[in-house]
Design a binder for this molecule. Sequence first.
Ligand code: SAH
Length: 398
Amino acid sequence: MPSITLHLGREKSLYRRHPWIFSGAIGRVDGDPKSGETVDILDAKGNFIAKAAYSPESNIRARVWTFESAEDVDENFLRRRLDAAIKRRTSSTLSEGEGLGARAIRLIHAESDGLPGLIVDRYDDVLIMQVLTTGAEYWKETLADLLVELTGVPNIYERSDVDVRKLEGLEPRTGILRGNPPEKIILEEYGLKFNVDIAHGHKTGFYLDQSESRHIVGQLAKDRDVLNCFCYTGGFSIHAAAGGAKSVTSIDSSGDALALGRENAALNDQPAEIHEWIEGDVFRELRTFRDSRREFDLIILDPPKFAPTISQVKKATRGYKDINLLAFKLLRPGGILVTFSCSGGVDASLFQKIVAGAALDANVDAQIVQKLGQGADHPIALHFPESAYLKGLICLKA
Ligand code: SAH
């Protein structure tokens, strides 16, 4: 088997079971491995450490499949990994909550499930598969067959149209992988219905990672004037209206997302008068509200990743500070701010510091009453802290 020999001392992170091998750690590559092929990872003395998928163009040059020398990376290996991930979701409390039953759930969460580069969401009888790395790409057809076998779901749609594939030297790809999936479906979340555009929506069509938090926000919304910033297809807005909000104002820059948001309100028989949908830039709209002295009782900030990696942290920090500061100002006394960051480059403690700085500069007193995060079907591997990407705070303004 081809192999990668690491520089002396660069094996340490692997002994902590972190699955990434960066290009700078590599001393030598032997055996001319192809993109996505499995290679042995050896320490500087030639001792076996792991088997990993080779990614010649990426700075993350290899990703570990297994730390067991006796374990072959083949169809049976992938079947065991997929089966274990799916069983963890169906045999635990994860599927018992009324939220995400069998109808909508993340089945495979990449590194956290021991399957680097593979994301699989299940929406009823359709699987959406996202292939992010050369290793997952190398095994794509096998993975698709195994997913049909293990879930009994015949339809797979691929949404591998993400920028990170470029870093791996992979072209974007979308389309049918197995069966005959529809392009649009309706899924259910805590009893509410949502249109999902599988073919064109963001990510895999819906932000499943926020399901629980949307439910929590719904319960906070009664009799409140709600502002949902970065609303996408109205996830938090529909939950807030269902929870008895007095009014719900939703902002997004995407007209297509807002159109689905309106459809979602109708789908759930919510009176159109409750909802106001604004196509615009949140940074600008919040300033317009400030200047016109408009106020709210509950504000949700769920922006896109401002800092996908550490290098953009400074700029991202300014962005988070800006919107949180404005939100604190727009809240009435006793109002609630529900604020998120999904940036990998901004960890939980930095995010809390940014929000604290925003409150200070807005000259308001506030307290955190609850911390939020990604749902249980998006698990965080303890040896892979990067998987804890979604941070949320519920803050109460004095
Ligand atoms: N809260 C949503 C997910 C939000 S995703 C849910 O629960 O489904 C982030 C959204 O921000 C996307 O819909 C994107 O179109 C929008 N967006 C990105 N930058 C924006 C900006 N500057 N102003 C307004 N919307 C923006």
